[in-house]
Design a protein around this ligand. Structure first.
Ligand code: SF4
Ligand code: SF4
Length: 369
């Protein structure tokens, strides 16, 4: 991790916090900080990604602005996190997409939508595109299954590869290269922390709007997180149905893929709208204003992907199905392409930081090690 203004600001704050230690019980950042006397660039990258931006320390801090020390950990770490996203992105020449990310997300989404819509209009006659298609294989009358499968799997596998490379870059730089990330107990602890979002707001919640505690952010984040994975599971089950059993979409309203997709889509819509509301209506002092565009753009993209999926379900037995399918596919492709170059990467680096935390704490002392 190269030395930057944001990194030096985080180092200065950590040195003051390490002398003060008033917030030591607040979150995982402080116990991790207390294990260090000096803070390497990799340490700071790890601590910044361990912070979940609850803002508790900002409201508790006697050195927060207007004090001359001006300690504002949530903001300092948010700015540093954004730099780590770019630092670890793969391949590096494309990492610049993380700058002015709101614009990038808008342009890529517009291009993906235009591309799929144009292809559908040029390759399909109006009769097919605007016709009513029902029964197994109805979607493929508009967009051939092979085209959907190739486009979806190529973009998704690319996203997975880029995210895995980002994880490896973070892991090396955070000084964890000698740690075995597959040790059973730390891995189980980290997985539990990730799946339950244990550190997100703890028992009391976050200070999103002011010094009062609220667990609303945790609930919206849960809705988005599990909604996303339910949609992912829906696609996985549908793929198995198609290739293992030869059952073609669209599936019945009470089939597993549709139930998972509907629940997941609704969760994503509620989660993204809630998170957007918190972003825009929350206290801006402990946030990094420059990151607002990045956060908002990605939440809107997730929300539109879910909404167009639900819309497709609603109109699939009408003449609007063809256009709804093309629009939904455009959003899905854009989401896959942008996963490694948008706010989505926060899930990867935060998970890596939680695993690092489990390894260097009690969960790391499992038998045989
Ligand atoms: S955030 Fe402020 S009060 Fe908390 S440990 Fe740091 S300097 Fe002390
Ligand atoms: S904002 Fe919350 S999570 Fe981040 S360092 Fe402060 S107390 Fe910890």
């Amino acid at each position: 991790m190269r030395t930057t203004e944001a990194l030096e600001d985080a180092r200065r704050a950590m040195e003051i916090c390490n002398a003060c230690r008033y917030c030591e019980g607040f979150c995982a950042v402080f116990p991790a900080m207390e294990q260090r006397r000096d803070f390497t660039n990799g340490d700071l990258s790890y601590l910044a990604n361990l912070c979940h931006n609850c803002r508790g320390c900002y409201h508790a801090c006697q050195y927060a602005p207007p004090h001359e020390f001006g300690i504002n950990l949530p903001r300092s770490f948010a700015e540093l996190r954004a730099e780590t996203y770019e630092e670890y992105a793969w391949p590096q020449p494309v990492a610049k997409l993380l700058r002015r990310n709101g614009l990038v997300v808008s342009v890529v989404t517009a291009l993906a939508l235009a591309g799929v819509l144009l292809a559908a209009m040029l390759l399909r006659s109006p009769g097919l595109l605007y016709g009513v298609h029902t029964g197994p294989g109805a979607f493929y009358a508009v967009i051939p299954h092979d085209a959907m499968a190739v486009l979806g799997s190529v973009t998704f596998l690319y996203a997975l590869l880029a995210l895995a490379m980002g994880f490896a870059n973070f892991w090396r730089d955070a000084g964890a290269r000698d740690a075995d990330p597959l040790r059973r107990r730390p891995l189980a602890q980290a997985l539990s922390d990730i799946l339950t979002l244990r550190h997100l707001g703890g028992e009391h919640g976050c200070n999103d709007r002011d010094e009062t505690f609220s667990t609303v952010r945790r609930r919206f984040h849960h809705a988005l997180f599990y909604g996303f994975f339910a949609c992912f599971a829906s696609t996985g089950v549908a793929t198995l149905y198609h290739f293992l059993f030869g059952w073609e979409a669209p599936y019945g309203v009470f089939s597993l893929p549709v139930l998972l997709g509907t629940a997941g889509g609704l969760g994503m819509v509620v989660g993204t709208l809630g998170m957007l509301w918190l972003k825009l209506a929350g206290d801006q002092a402990p946030t990094a204003r420059t990151l607002l565009g990045t956060d908002v753009a990605f939440l809107v993209l997730l929300c539109m992907t879910a909404l167009t999926g639900l819309l497709l379900l609603a109109v699939r037995a009408t003449g609007a199905m063809g256009m709804a399918l093309a629009v939904h596919l455009g959003f899905v492709l854009s989401l896959f392409l942008l996963m490694p170059y948008s706010k989505f990467v926060h899930g990867v680096y935060r998970s890596a930081a939680l695993l690092r935390y489990a390894l260097e704490n009690g969960a790391g002392r499992d038998s045989g090690h």
